[in-house]
Design a protein around this ligand. Structure first.
Ligand code: SF4
Ligand code: FES
Length: 235
């Protein structure tokens, strides 16, 4: 007999070692997320994937799926909590969607649409952050960083380079670059690296081709982020 869990009244089979996120995705159930990417070990930083497991809040990307669990994934309470988290992320950085080159391909923007965010209940902090334009092929715009850590995982685990790391705490948290000058242009990263393309927002962007796809024809312009379409490369 196959082991299973219940997600929002639906029986979902589980395999040994799966997390709740993995079991849900295998069953075609979308759970909101930003820092999760199936290629890399989850680290549970964004909290967007928080669900209730047997009545207790847990992050679905890190919580092991165990037989008999009852998981509440979609509820007004959890959706309100996710919208609040997204509002906080927008407030703590400098996200100017109308003129961001990632608009229409950005997971944060797409989540805001998905969750029905029409306003922000938090005061924007407008932090002073820098743009690193030292690389010939890539831009690192700290304004848009949401500290998901995916560039760190991709550079370490796929590119075998360790170009990125996280430094500082609280408001001072920053992605830092492993080079003598601390600049991207002096690091080992190249345009072919996974880390150059993993950023779910517009913080690490290739310079060339930014507007090759016009606004209106970009992925999230006609897809909701809850559509699981592996062929698209979106999660
Ligand atoms: S630069 Fe992009 S991938 Fe790296 S931590 Fe920031 S948001 Fe995530
Ligand atoms: S996706 Fe689970 S904590 Fe970010």
């Amino acid at each position: 007999m196959t082991d299973s869990i219940i997600i929002d009244d639906r029986e979902v089979p589980i395999a040994a070692g799966q997390t709740i996120m993995e079991a849900a995705r295998a069953a075609g159930i979308y759970i909101e997320h930003l820092c999760y990417n199936p290629q890399y070990a989850p680290h549970g930083s964004c909290k967007l994937c928080t669900v209730k497991v047997d009545g207790v809040m847990q992050t679905a990307c890190t919580m092991p799926a165990l037989p008999g669990q009852v998981v509440e994934c979609s509820s007004p309470e959890l959706e309100q909590r996710r919208e609040t988290l997204v509002e906080m992320i927008f407030a703590e950085g400098n996200h100017y969607c109308p003129f961001c080159i990632k608009s229409g391909n950005c997971d944060l923007q797409a989540l805001a649409y998905h969750l029905g965010m029409h306003e922000n209940n938090f005061n924007h902090r407008y932090p002073v952050r820098t743009i690193d334009a030292s690389h010939s092929d890539l831009i690192l715009d700290h304004d848009r960083c949401i500290f998901c850590g995916l560039c760190i995982s991709a550079s370490r685990d796929t590119d075998q380079k360790n170009v990125f790391a996280m430094a500082g705490r609280g408001k001072a948290t920053r992605v830092v670059v492993n080079s003598d000058s601390g600049k991207l242009g002096d690091s080992d990263i190249t345009l072919d690296d996974a880390a150059a393309h993993i950023c779910p927002v517009g913080a690490i962007m290739p310079r060339a081709g930014a507007y090759a796809t016009p606004i209106g024809e970009r992925y999230f312009d006609d897809h909701d982020i809850d559509e699981i379409d592996n062929a698209s490369g979106k999660l």
